[in-house]
Design a protein around this ligand. Sequence first.
Ligand code: GDP
Ligand code: IMO
Ligand code: MG
Length: 426
Amino acid sequence: MAVDVLLGLQWGDEGKGKIVDVLTPKYDIIARFQGGPNAGHTLEFEGIKHVLHTIPSGIFHKGVKNIVGNGVVIDPVVLKQEIDKLIDRGVHVNEQLLISRKAHLILPTHKLLDKASEISKGKAKIGSTLKGIGPTYMDKTGRNGLRVGDVFGANFKEMYDALVEKHNNILSNFDFEFDLAELEGPFFEGIETLKSLTPIDSEHYLNEAIKSGKKILAEGAQGTLLDVDFGTYPFVTSSNTITAGTCTGLGIAPNKIENVIGIFKAYCTRVGSGPFPTEEDNEVGEMIRKIGHEYGATTGRERRCGWIDIPALKYAIMINGVTELAMMKGDVLDSFDTIKVCTHYIYEGDKIDYFPYTINDKEVIPVYEELKGWKTDLTKLTDSETLPQNLVDYIAYLEGLLEVPISIVSVGPDRKQTINRKALAV
Ligand code: GDP
Ligand code: IMO
Ligand code: MG
């Protein structure tokens, strides 16, 4: 089988971009299957930091094809900005980047509708990135959306105008100022850039690639706890962020998937609204935020920080069929004397070890085990043999609870700060 999946097990920002970049040399194709420019995937190498929003994180490896699948929603404005930056850095974008004809387009009015939706929710707002994700997926499932393939048709402008008219009718109920003409200039420039790329029927392309023995890595965006079905609904994104999303977002059958690499931080973060049982809204959280530079790669917002949550991770591992784990940002905990691990919740008076139907507006009291910190600078380590004993114990403890091996340990943002504990079976 030729397809592996790499996805986030928490509330996003686990470090997916970094690990996709690290693993890319093992693959021929990297494919994004859902989400859009709400994602911010960071990779660092040779002293330079790159943040990708729409383009897969394999783009810096010459010769590797990077596919934006049908399940992704594309903002042509953001895509153009990403492409321009990559071209400046010498990446051969036109040779490497392929876009599904079936991917849906984020219109300027989708972003306005996102804002309107958040305003109308008041205090109950989702904390959306306001990139137009929700309204675009709503138009997709509502069967109104515009797709990449449409931009090549003679009547694209009429299709665009008809959808914008619908949006304007909705927006007329809201009381905020906007200048659509100002937003449309960059949008149509982005459409021109999109037209200069290679559109493909990515389901055919990928299945042909599988047949000819090519290796594919599917790159998730967001995280399992933001999944529209299984996340902390309604404080979620609007797509299926889980392994199953690979099938619908790329046209790959379930029996083609082999390894599922689940990524998590050695602690936990969340950006935006919604429940977070192990949040440390205090000096501990502050310390994690400061050391871990926990600010959104897309919006710059402060990320909420707290301890690792095993019931939530076990749930994510179950939903995704995770076969191996990557533990990120262990180095952020280098200076902590003790490290807490939430093993259970006290929920409605009971001690439970699973993720319940809803944790919104419920008192969920985390039950913690405390482990000794390793008090060692991990950032210079490159070999699993040199890991400090307390970290080895922490890893073994997590593996015992999660019942999946931790094959990658990341100890810094750079490509090189990655420790392989077991050769990946690819
Ligand atoms: P993604 O959305 O899952 O790709 O993750 P983000 O890029 O939004 O956030 C992860 C952040 O942590 C980025 O700033 C990375 O450069 C950084 N990072 C990744 N792995 C590590 C690590 O092991 N240690 C530290 N200190 N930073 C890391
Ligand atoms: P990556 O791929 C972290 C969060 C938002 C908000 C909720 C809904 O970088 O891990 P949306 O814009 O989708 O309507 O926002 O989801 N969110 C993310 N949080 N990482 C992301 O992506 C996210 N994408 C969306 O903060 O709470
Ligand atoms: Mg991110």
